[in-house]
Design a protein around this ligand. Sequence first.
Ligand SMILES: [Fe+2]
Length: 205
Amino acid sequence: MTVDPTAGPEPVAPPPADDGVPAREATAVEHVTENVTLDALPGHDLDQHELRRLVAAVARRPELWQRHVAFSDDERHYVSLHRDAHVDLWVLCWTPLNDTGWHDHDISSGAVAVVRGTLVEHNLAVGKPSVATAVDAGKVFGFGPEHIHRLTGKEPGSVSIHAYSPPLWRMGQYAVTGNGVLKRVSLSYADELRPLDDAEASAAG
Ligand SMILES: [Fe+2]
């Protein structure tokens, strides 16, 4: 390659703005490199980019999850597909009445691939209305342990694949009281996430 010594430095694209809404950065599953799969896990804790590759790879293989698909308006239906020392993997099924409530994932990073229907990711903002971003089937996004969100089903029959690393153990479930005070309750990963108070659930919907 010939280098022009008079040329200035290569223009560098600015990094994407970190606006705290990873669902806005959701990418197409088919554009995600498939080099992290259930058959080829890296043997260490995965970062959010590796987790995105894993859920995208699993999304492309419905034989791994479609037999577990079932729906309930009363209790979200979810099934563990895999759990080891470094990562856990789930299939989650959504109706428009299913709602995780506000929560964090303690020290885990995570990734979500929507494989059927549409989910809505809500991001809690202080002093402003929460942000809602629809994520359609075929899209994948990831987040770090700093992320706080709430997921709801938008369409009947929505399905998503989720992975977390290190595997979920504790999570924080949040309630926003009527005067805006935020409270956190520590949950086990075996507990079902759900809104802690109906007032906030209707406010954020
Ligand atoms: Fe979550």
